[in-house]
Write a protein of this length. Structure first.
Length: 131
């Protein structure tokens, strides 16, 4: 039993401006898409071969430092993501966990034509005081 790396690093980017980090964009295949295709009796660990069949991307993290928002660096980051997902063969992407008060990110996603699908509630618990 061995684990295969599933991350496709050609889908994730860091942008710098004059050597200073300006932003990050992380995209993965939408692993839930592969799991939904499995029957209950065939649930197993995903392999790289399983991820090749995935047609959608998942963006669990993206960020641009405030002074670089609405800059060429931010545009370059978004374009790199867009081109990489098209090259990978994705026909849709899910941008995850955007806070409701993050108006810039919401405006950017809606500018792509994205629509809100769900709302999540986040729960926090102490790891030291739980028991």
């Amino acid at each position: 039993n061995s684990f295969e790396p599933l991350e496709d690093w050609s889908l994730s980017f860091i942008v710098e401006v004059r050597g200073e980090p300006a932003g990050i964009w992380v995209t993965t295949p939408d692993y839930n898409e592969a799991y939904r295709a499995m029957t209950h009796s065939s649930i197993k660990a995903l392999t790289a071969a399983d991820t090749e069949k995935i047609r959608g991307g998942c963006v669990p993290e993206f960020a641009v430092l405030p002074k670089f928002r609405r800059s060429k660096a931010a545009v370059a980051l978004v374009l790199a993501y867009w081109e990489a997902t098209l090259k990978r063969g994705f026909d849709h992407n899910i941008i995850c966990y955007v806070r409701e008060d993050n108006h810039d990110s919401i405006a950017m996603a809606e500018g792509f034509g994205a629509v809100r699908m769900k709302r999540f509630r986040l729960y926090e618990t102490s790891l030291t005081d739980s028991y």
